[in-house]
Design a binder for this molecule. Structure first.
Ligand SMILES: [Zn+2]
Length: 283
């Protein structure tokens, strides 16, 4: 049996739009075309962004589009103990420190490590940062090719637990990818820049490194990434029917769908995608 395991991890901050369909479809096809499994994980860590009930809408939409997941849906809000345990492990190795810098103090620059040597007991709720080093992280992305980043110089020590108590995205992602035995991370290229930080945490925690495939990101006519906050059209209320949208997404992903496919059923479109999935490096 194939050990390929992929996942789609939407934030329940709005309904799925065409950009999220691309990420869902790409990750689904990449796993399933090789007999693997595909999991859905709801990134509901940030209560301020989570819209109640959107998770079930997202799941319903995935089913409408023929994207059926394996096993139970994992909610990150149920995993807080595991994240804190990972932070504890890092802290025991002296790889974390408390930071009480304000946003204003830091600005948009890489974090200069101000609190590395500062005992930040001056505030009740400091954030927790992970100590980075001067080693460059390199990896090969199946679509984007070779990527390297010196985290310390380009990002600085980054936050793994926020001052408001929320677990940061990178830490939660790494802990759950390990727990769900994810072998391949397929997502939008807007997250390419996050990957070295996740690889860094994986290394520190002794976790295996999955394969990475960062898909091209859909943009609107102004070149802005489609996202929920800018009101991208939800795919369950789109003038195009699901089969047409799947064909559009397939073509966007560099698959050359036959003209008549969009008139077929959703399941036929997904099956065509499974039979023809190829990572087209030219596009
Ligand atoms: Zn600080």
């Amino acid at each position: 049996m194939s050990t390929v395991r992929g996942r789609f991890a939407p934030t329940p901050s709005g309904p799925l739009h065409f950009g999220s369909l691309i990420a869902a479809l790409g990750s689904y096809l990449h796993s399933k075309s090789r007999g693997g499994q595909w999991f859905v994980r709801i990134d509901d860590l940030d209560n301020d962004r989570t819209i109640p009930g959107i998770d079930s809408e997202i799941l319903k939409t995935l089913e409408t589009f023929g994207l059926h997941w394996d096993g139970e849906v994992l909610y990150q809000s149920s995993r807080i103990a595991a994240y804190n345990e990972a932070i504890e492990r890092l802290s025991e190795k002296d790889l974390t420190y408390r930071c009480s810098c304000s946003r204003k103090e830091i600005g948009n620059q890489p974090y200069p490590g101000t609190c590395r040597k500062r005992l930040s007991n001056d505030k009740n709720n400091p954030s927790i940062r992970i100590l980075t080093n001067n080693k460059t992280i390199e990896f090969h992305d199946l679509k984007q090719g070779h990527f390297r980043q010196n985290i310390e110089a380009e990002i600085g020590d980054f936050v793994i637990k926020r001052a408001d108590g929320y677990i940061a995205y990178h830490l939660a992602t790494v802990v759950d990818d390990q727990w769900q035995k994810i072998t391949e991370v397929v997502r939008g290229a807007d997250l390419l820049d996050s990957t070295p930080r996740q690889i860094y945490i994986q290394k520190l925690l002794g976790f295996p490194q999955p394969e990475f495939l960062h898909l091209p990101v859909a943009t609107d006519k102004n070149g802005q990434k489609l996202n929920k906050s800018t009101g991208a059209l939800r795919i369950d209320q789109n003038p195009y029917c699901p089969s047409q949208l799947i064909c559009k997404a397939l073509n966007f992903l560099g698959q050359n769908t036959p003209e008549n496919l969009q008139h077929k059923s959703v399941d036929k479109c997904i099956q065509w995608g499974l039979d023809h999935w190829i990572i087209n490096n030219k596009k």
